[in-house]
Design a protein around this ligand. Structure first.
Ligand SMILES: [Ca+2]
Ligand SMILES: [Ca+2]
Ligand SMILES: [Ca+2]
Length: 451
C-alpha cells in the first residue's frame, strides 16, 4: 500500500482519518488522546479517532503478563501497572498486540519514567521472543524498562522465516544490563530468512550498559528489513571479550539479489560503544542495503561491501555531556545535543528537539499530549498566578506540577471552573511540568517559574 511520506501509515488510512499523507510527523501524534499514537493505532487496526479503541486489557502489579499476551485478542492494548515483573515471553503464533507500561494502579495516570514498569529477564532468556514462520506479527512496545535480557538474542528478538512479516514499533523503551550470547545477536535482534520482511519504527529508545550490539539485524535469502529510528540513545555497549559491540549492526548475508537492509536514523546519540556507532555490510553480491542519518551525534561508522551511506544535515561527533557518562543519559546544560535535532513529530522543549532519548531539563515526560496546543497557560514564564484556559474542565479533574526530577510540588483536584488560576508564587525559580487531567485526557505543558 502506498505510503508517500514513509511514516508507516498508508496514504488511504491517513486520508480516512484526516491525517496528512505527505507529512511524516503525524505518525507520532495522537488524534484521540488515548495514549495510543496514530502509528500504533494503524499497527493495531484500531479506530484512530475513537478513544474507546483499541480495547484495553489491564495487568495489575503481580499479574501474569505472559497470560495476558497469550489471551489477548488481535489488536488489543495490554496496559501494565508500574512495578517490577519477571518475564521471558515466547511467542510462536501470529500476534497483533500493544504492550504499554507506566500506569498507576487505577490506570488513570501514565508516565513510564516516573512510575516505570520494569520487565526483568533474570539474565536467563530473552524478555520478548517472537518466532514468526510464514506469519505476521504486529507488536508495539510502549513505556517499558527492560533489564537483564539474556539467552541467545538479548532483550527483544524476532526470528522471521518463510515469508514472515514483522512490524515492530517501540517508544519510550529502555534496555539495560542485557547480554546477548553471540556476536550475531543484539539487545534488539531481528533475524530474517527466506523472503521474510520487517518494518521497525522506534522513538525514544535507550540502550545502555549492555553487551553485543544494541540493535542487530540480519537478512538472508531474499529478505528485506527497514528501520526508522528517531530520538534515541545507544551507548556503553561494551565488553572487552566480545568482538561485536556496535550501536547498530546490520548484516545482509547471502548472494541473493534483493536481500537488503535499509535504515534511517534521526536525532540519535550513538557513541562510546566498544565498536562503531553503525556497522553495515553486504555479503556476496546482495545489493541495495543503505543507511541514512541526520541530526545525530555518532562517533565512528563503518559501511562496507557496497552499502550506501548518506549522512545528511546536522551530523556531529562530540561529547554529548551526559549527566553521568556511564549511568545517567540525560543531558547537561553544556550538551551540544540540545536543540540540535529536527522536528519529527515528538514533543520537545526549547527551539528544536534535542538529540537522544531525553529532552534537556525533563525526566522523560512520555505523556506530553499532542493536542496540548488546545490548552493555553499564561503567563509563561510565570511569577505568581498561572492561568489555564482552552479546555473544558469538568469537576472531575486533577492538576499537578512536577519539578524536573519528577517530584510533585503542587496539586489541585476537582477544580470547579473552566479557567483555573493557580498560585505558584511559592515555587522556586526553574522549569516545571504541569499535568492537566480531565475527561478529555491528559496534557503536560512546560512552564518556567521566575522570581
Ligand atoms: Ca503515510
Ligand atoms: Ca502522514
Ligand atoms: Ca490514539
Amino acid at each position: 500500500m502506498p505510503d508517500a511520506d514513509d511514516d508507516g501509515m498508508p496514504d488511504a488510512w491517513e486520508t480516512q482519518y484526516g491525517l496528512d499523507p505527505n507529512d511524516a510527523t503525524d505518525a507520532w501524534a495522537d488524534l484521540d488522546n488515548d495514549n495510543v499514537l496514530n502509528l500504533f493505532e494503524y499497527q493495531l487496526g484500531s479506530i484512530a479517532n475513537n478513544p474507546a479503541s483499541p480495547v484495553t486489557v489491564d495487568v495489575n502489579a503481580g499479574g501474569n503478563i505472559t497470560n495476558a499476551i497469550d489471551n489477548a485478542n488481535p489488536g488489543e492494548l495490554i496496559r501494565i501497572e508500574a512495578g517490577t515483573y519477571n518475564l521471558n515471553y515466547q511467542g510462536f503464533t501470529p500476534k497483533t498486540v500493544m504492550i504499554q507500561g507506566g500506569w498507576n494502579n487505577t490506570f488513570t495516570s501514565h508516565n513510564p519514567y516516573t512510575t516505570p514498569t520494569i520487565l526483568n529477564g533474570k539474565s536467563t532468556a530473552e524478555i520478548f521472543y517472537f518466532e514468526c514462520s510464514g506469519d505476521t506479527v504486529n507488536i508495539v512496545f510502549d513505556g517499558l524498562q527492560l533489564i537483564n535480557g539474556g539467552g541467545f538474542f538479548g532483550a527483544v528478538a524476532f526470528i522471521c522465516d518463510n515469508g514472515a512479516t514483522a512490524n515492530l514499533c517501540m517508544k519510550d523503551v529502555t534496555i539495560a544490563q542485557t547480554k546477548a550470547k553471540s556476536a550475531f545477536t543484539g539487545c534488539v535482534t531481528i533475524t530474517h530468512w527466506k523472503g521474510s520482511i520487517s518494518d521497525v519504527r522506534i522513538a525514544n529508545l535507550l540502550i545502555a550498559n549492555c553487551r553485543n550490539s544494541g540493535i542487530y539485524n540480519q537478512t538472508t535469502y531474499g529478505s528485506n528489513a527497514k528501520w526508522n529510528v528517531v530520538n534515541s540513545t545507544i551507548t556503553n555497549i561494551i565488553d572487552t571479550a566480545s568482538a561485536d559491540c556496535y550501536g547498530i549492526k546490520g548484516l545482509s548475508l547471502d548472494s541473493t539479489i534483493n536481500t537488503n537492509i535499509q535504515i534511517n536514523v534521526k536525532n540519535a546519540i550513538i557513541r562510546d560503544n566498544s565498536d562503531a556507532a553503525i556497522y553495515f555490510t553486504n555479503g556476496g553480491s546482495s545489493l541495495g542495503s543503505s543507511a541514512a542519518a541526520s541530526y545525530c551525534d555518532f562517533d565512528t561508522v563503518v559501511f562496507i561491501n557496497g552499502v550506501v551511506y548518506t549522512p545528511g544535515a546536522g551530523m556531529i561527533n562530540a561529547n554529548p555531556q551526559f549527566v553521568n557518562p556511564t549511568a545517567d543519559y540525560h543531558l547537561t546544560a553544556l550538551s551540544p545535543c540540545i536543540d540540535a535535532g529536527i522536528n519529527v513529530g515528538l514533543p520537545f522543549a526549547g527551539a528544536a528537539p534535542d538529540m537522544g532519548i531525553f529532552e534537556y531539563g525533563t525526566v522523560g515526560i512520555e505523556s506530553v499530549n499532542h493536542s496540548s496546543s488546545l490548552i493555553n497557560i499564561y503567563p509563561n514564564p510565570v511569577a505568581n498566578i498561572l492561568f489555564i484556559d482552552g479546555v473544558f474542565m469538568t469537576d472531575k479533574n486533577a492538576i499537578h506540577i512536577n519539578d524536573v526530577l519528577g517530584n510533585v510540588v503542587c496539586e489541585w483536584n476537582n477544580i470547579n471552573t473552566s479557567t483555573p488560576s493557580l498560585d505558584v508564587s511559592k515555587l522556586s525559580k526553574g522549569i516545571y511540568f504541569i499535568t492537566i487531567e480531565n475527561e478529555n485526557g491528559l496534557s503536560v505543558l512546560r512552564v518556567m517559574k521566575t522570581d
